[in-house]
Ligand binder design. Structure first.
Ligand SMILES: [Zn+2]
Length: 641
């Protein structure tokens, strides 16, 4: 690969150009990638639940104090800390054995960089620049290249590299710091972030250089986050082959090899340990073209999205994959569906979609984003879930702002800062010579398509109403294809252009293609008829979730708690608090007949069963809006057949 221009680099990293479009011919350094996402800087959210969630996240990011997150980085570099360390996973004895100290700073760098790209708010960039300058000071002081916040400095990494028993997951934690520096460089154009990142990568190369392949593979038995992915990204940034070698060494063969052969050996494995590895496989396929990476990534996605997920797109119980015949025995758990797993499945799905834009990837993205991710944030406090319990009648518990600092707090900071990153995609050069624009999600937003001069506005109150309008604010001088996803949950989609009906799509799970020379003022209206359906719990015939379009509805069972009473520090005790016995209705009837006995109440996305609830009918509301009350997601159906 020749040295890339900055624009080519950003395209190569799948984050799209930040720079004004120069007419550069982008070399095809990537294996058959069909689409490029737009830069977050080119998409702006309009009023709606996603913009509200973004704002709440921004407020939380502003409340956190960089100097407190930097405390132990400075201590380990022999510098005086400037503020007291935060609690939870960052410093408290209960979690010392995880060695997650400092992971929050990495997530924070990523989240603040994404938020800056999504909003343009300078305070976010100022914070990123400050943290990077502090990390640079720490790195200059240590002289090794390593920056970390572990209580025993590099001792556990040293143990892992030496093949000794180690405590916790130090590479997992370091991965967050690598990723944060990468994102600070990409989104905030921080040259110091690039320097610190490259020196940190240099340390990683140096510290692992004497390991044999077998020793390296043994080290990878311990959770290591997305070290393969981030080292691949560092390689794209530096063009230094040592970084690509290390990225491939960080590929865990015990997971890669069976997946590449189409063998699902995931039962019993820790879910969020695996998903980031697979994101790295897909990145490495796109960089190297090696087919085993592609095969493993595609097969893993099919297994997890297709056979191992609940209705919201979440997976796992107590953080682990379980046999697909065992969903019923895990339903009662309060520790199903770790939010990080949904976060990382979306990162994988987005990469796969860009390479191969099929509606199946888009459908999963929508389902998981609108249910698991939007539903992970408490609208009143801005705090985030760890597990999303399927336990009948349980409740959502959220982190506290300053004393939890779970993994899901970290990925949670990132989730709500990047809603603009998967709404629109554009066709890459090559293949069809015509420009193409893909609409993957129905989220109110504007898009500036710099290459063509097109500006587009999407107005929609979806999912509260099943329609969306696209207005061409500024047109291109040439024809382009507009592809709009026809979701699998909609039997038909009606398309009107400038108030004339032009098409009715009857192919759910496909893309509608509209081609013309669009002019300013053109308006495209689409109707997305949303209907109710029952989605059986995998492996069962008598237990099902109620879904409206892509929106999972849950029973509102009351027993409200005040906002704040459900903020929780210790994720290990989720399932214990607020677990008083709650009567959960069952439904009488057969699965196919129940949707006809669920009636809208007149409130948006709110329904009530009509005569099928036992002992009483139940009000149904979106999982994503549910907080501070007990809920039920899966229903026992008495006469299922
Ligand atoms: Zn997590």
């Amino acid at each position: 690969m020749a040295t890339l221009t900055r624009r080519q680099l950003l395209e190569a990293l799948g984050v799209a150009p930040l720079l004004a479009a120069a007419q550069l011919s982008s070399p095809r350094t990537y294996a058959d990638v069909a689409l490029q996402p737009f830069s977050l800087t080119d998409v702006r959210l309009l009023a709606g639940p996603f913009l509200q969630a973004q704002k709440r996240d921004e407020d939380y990011l502003l409340k956190l104090e960089p100097d407190r997150m930097l405390h132990n980085f400075r201590v380990n570099a022999g510098l005086e800390p400037k503020a007291k360390v935060y609690g939870g996973w960052e410093s408290v004895k209960t979690w010392e054995d995880i060695r997650a100290h400092g992971h929050t700073l990495g997530h924070y760098l990523t989240a603040a960089a994404l938020m800056y790209a999504s909003t343009g708010h300078e305070e976010m960039k100022r914070r990123v620049d400050y943290i990077v300058s502090e990390l640079k000071q720490c790195q200059d002081a240590t002289k090794t290249g390593l920056v970390n916040a572990f209580p025993d400095n590099s001792a556990q990494i040293d143990n892992l590299v030496a093949g000794r028993r180690a405590t916790g997951v130090p590479w997992y934690t370091l991965h967050k710091i690598f990723a944060g520096l990468r994102d600070a460089y990409l989104w905030c154009d921080s040259a110091p972030a690039r320097d610190v990142l490259v020196k940190l990568a240099g340390w990683a190369v140096e510290t692992t250089k004497d390991l044999t392949d077998a020793q390296f593979e043994r080290m990878l038995d311990v959770e290591h986050g997305g070290m393969n992915e981030v080292m691949a990204d560092v390689y794209v940034i530096t063009n230094d082959p040592r970084h690509l070698v290390l990225a491939e060494r960080f590929c865990h063969k015990a997971v890669l090899t069976p997946l590449a052969k189409g063998r699902d050996t995931l039962d019993g494995l820790h879910s969020n340990t695996q998903i980031p590895k697979i994101v790295g496989f897909e990145r490495l396929y796109q960089i190297t073209g090696k087919p085993q990476y592609r095969a493993a990534a595609e097969f893993f996605w099919r297994m997890v999205a297709g056979t191992r997920s609940f209705a919201t797109g979440g997976n796992g119980d107590n953080e682990h994959f379980f046999p697909i015949a065992d969903f019923a025995t895990h339903l009662d758990s309060a520790k199903t569906m770790e939010t990080c797993c949904s976060h990382n499945m979306l990162r994988l799905t987005r990469l796969l979609f860009a390479r191969n834009p099929t509606a199946a990837y888009g459908d999963y993205y929508e389902r998981t984003l609108f249910n698991a991710i939007l539903g992970s944030q408490d609208a009143d406090t801005g705090m985030m879930t760890y597990f999303q319990a399927t336990r009948p009648g349980y409740i959502k518990l959220f982190c506290t702002p300053f004393d939890s600092f779970w993994c899901c707090t970290g990925t949670g900071m990132e989730n709500h800062a990047k809603y603009g990153d998967s709404i629109y995609f554009r066709g890459t050069a090559g293949g069809s010579q015509r420009d193409s624009l893909y609409v993957n999600l129905f989220i109110a937003s504007t898009l500036t398509w710099r290459d063509t001069g097109v500006e587009l506005r999407q107005t929609t109150s979806f999912p509260e109403a099943g329609r969306a309008r696209f207005e061409i604010i500024r047109a291109a001088s040439r024809r382009f294809d507009l592809h709009i996803r026809h979701p699998s949950w909609a039997a038909t989609i009606g398309v009107r252009i400038n108030d004339s009906a032009v098409e009715t799509s009857r192919r759910p799970g496909s893309f509608i293609t509209l081609t013309r020379t669009w002019t300013s003022g053109d308006v495209i209206d689409i109707e997305l008829p949303m209907t109710l359906r029952m989605e059986p719990l995998p492996g069962t015939i008598d237990t099902a979730a109620i879904v409206f379009g892509p929106i999972v509805l849950v029973g509102a069972l009351g027993h409200a708690v005040k906002a704040g009473e459900d903020l929780h520090i210790n994720e290990r005790t989720i399932g214990t608090p607020l677990n008083e016995p709650i009567e959960v209705p069952t439904l009488a009837g057969d699965l196919a007949g129940i949707p006809a006995k669920i009636r809208p109440t007149g409130e948006p996305l709110t329904f009530k069963t009509a005569g099928v609830g036992r002992p009483a009918d139940v009000t149904l509301v979106p999982f994503y809006r549910t907080a501070h009350q007990h809920y039920n997601m899966y229903w026992k159906v008495q006469d299922a057949r």
